[in-house]
Design a protein around this ligand. Structure first.
Ligand code: ATP
Ligand code: MG
Length: 262
């Protein structure tokens, strides 16, 4: 049985894409079958995994519009890890919000209805969300079994999170996805020597309790370099502190998935 995980936070630049790429990659490195679906028109997950966001490749946009069939395996692009594939994006996806709004029914369910058809063929499907709470993110949260929320260790970390949590609550309450679960809150871009980062981490743990992953992701320049080479960190520089952190995140994620800890 496959599981769909959305990586979401409407705040920009908090490490959604970096987390999506590298957690997916480490799981795939363990021979799990993992698909990354890039729901952000910026396409950072697509290019960061070395896939194309050109007009000539099939993207999630073509699935949303119904122009392509998600059951056609050829639409998934290869990455440098054999069991990790990408359903890419392209800039047309920016127009999808407007097109989705015009649908009379099930506009929140378009992505869920598509992914349901292939879900059982994968161990995990990760959805990288755009930095907004628009219909693309709503579609991702409706399709997902669980959500991972990256939070940057900085002063305004908790700002906007009420809005995100309200959205999660509404999605449950309105019946779009009554069982949407929080897989975990992840502290990212942490400078462990900074007192402020420690205070922020404490505050986030006070707010979210044991939903917060024990593992935190340090600020590490290799994590920022890897996407320009189209490689997840495990294939770019697996001995750096950033790689080790995402390796440990994968371990903790698996443990929690197995009911080790909620
Ligand atoms: P957006 O909201 O624009 O989609 P995002 O939440 O997906 O952003 P990322 O793209 O993952 O965030 O990260 C923002 C920037 O910070 C990127 O340039 C990325 O390479 C860099 N970055 C992310 N995590 C780290 C880290 N732990 N250490 C250093 N740089 C990082
Ligand atoms: Mg991103």
């Amino acid at each position: 049985m496959g599981k769909i995980i959305a990586v979401a936070n409407q705040k920009g630049g908090v490490g959604k894409t970096t987390t999506c790429i590298n957690l997916a990659a480490y799981l795939a490195f363990d021979r799990l079958k993992v698909l990354v679906v890039d729901m952000d028109p910026q396409g950072n997950a697509t290019s960061g995994l070395g896939a194309s966001k050109g007009d000539d490749t099939v993207s999630i946009y073509d699935i949303i519009t119904g122009d392509e069939d998600i059951r056609d395996n050829e639409i998934f692009q290869d990455t440098s890890i054999p069991t990790l594939k990408v359903l890419g994006t392209n800039i047309d996806l920016a127009g999808a919000e407007v097109e989705l709004v015009q649908l009379d029914t099930r506009r929140e369910f378009v992505v869920k209805d598509a992914l349901e058809k292939i879900k059982d063929e994968w161990d995990y499907i990760f959805i990288d969300c755009p930095p907004s709470l628009g219909l693309l993110t709503i579609n991702a949260l409706t399709a997902a079994d669980e959500i991972i929320v990256p939070i940057q260790c900085e002063f305004f970390a908790l700002e906007g999170l009420t809005q995100l949590m309200n959205t999660v609550r509404l999605i449950r309450k309105h019946g779009f996805n009554p069982n949407l679960n929080i897989a975990g809150v992840l502290l990212t871009l942490c400078d462990s020597r900074s007192k402020l980062a420690q205070q922020v981490a404490e505050e986030v743990r006070k707010y979210f309790g044991d939903k917060v992953f024990d593992v935190t992701i340090p600020r590490n320049v290799k994590l920022a370099e890897a996407p320009s080479h189209g490689e997840p960190i495990v294939n770019y520089e697996r001995r750096c502190t950033g790689a080790r952190a995402y390796y440990h995140l994968k371990e903790e994620f698996k443990q929690r998935q197995n009911g080790g800890k909620k």
